[in-house]
Ligand binder design. Structure first.
Ligand code: 5GP
Length: 182
């Protein structure tokens, strides 16, 4: 879906499709340079799926991946701080080099909870690759090794990110028109 297809529902395109492609390629190159073998990509559903699909395909070696689903937002747009595992990993990550692939870091509450949860499973290493970070919104100190873009503190959709399950297939990252944010 292109922004023109739903023009009046969006406020502003923050990151266009080609900017996303270029940055994801750079992140994949950085990951490839930093590890001898690609780490296990642990992916948080559903917002990170588009990012994962592009990131993993840009790595020039075989990448293993596993999926987790957690709830943190429901249908609103504010972080609840309450995290619940809806789907756990299939793989045992003990002794593995793990890269947590995240869509967006807002307050950081979900991420810090996930890092505590995954660390307790004894991985050899645990790093984070997040497509987006809202710098001004961070409420906890979390170390994020790879960041795609720092964005303003606004609710965004597209490239996997939803509002009430809509807009995930939008090719860019955009803010919603205010009347959509109810
Ligand atoms: P945090 O716990 O860091 O406040 O929130 C992280 C999670 O909230 C993200 O993984 C994402 O699911 C959701 N989230 C935070 N900000 C946004 C946003 O601007 N747009 C969308 N669609 N989801 C967001």
């Amino acid at each position: 879906m292109e922004p023109e297809d739903i023009g009046d529902e969006l406020a502003e395109v923050l990151i266009g499709e080609s900017q996303l492609r270029d940055r994801v390629r750079q992140l994949a190159a950085a990951i490839d340079a930093d590890y001898d073998e690609p780490p296990l990509f642990v992916v948080v559903l559903k917002g990170a799926v588009m990012f994962l699909a592009d990131l993993a395909r840009d790595v020039p070696q075989s990448v293993e991946m596993d999926f987790m689903a957690v709830s943190s937002y429901g249908y609103g747009t504010q972080s609840s701080g309450v995290v619940r595992i809806l789907k756990d990993l299939d793989l045992d990550i003990r002794g593995r080099h793990v890269l947590l692939v995240e869509d967006i870091i807002d307050s950081g509450l979900t991420l810090s909870w996930l890092l505590r949860n995954l660390s307790a499973r004894g991985p050899a290493s645990l790093e984070v690759c997040a497509l987006l970070r809202k710098r001004d919104a961070l409420q906890v100190d979390v170390d994020i090794r790879y960041v795609g873009f720092d964005i303003p503190n606004a609710f965004v959709v597209g490239y996997g990110l939803d509002h009430a399950e809509k807009y995930r297939n939008l090719r860019c990252i955009a803010t919603l028109a205010p009347e959509r944010l109810t």
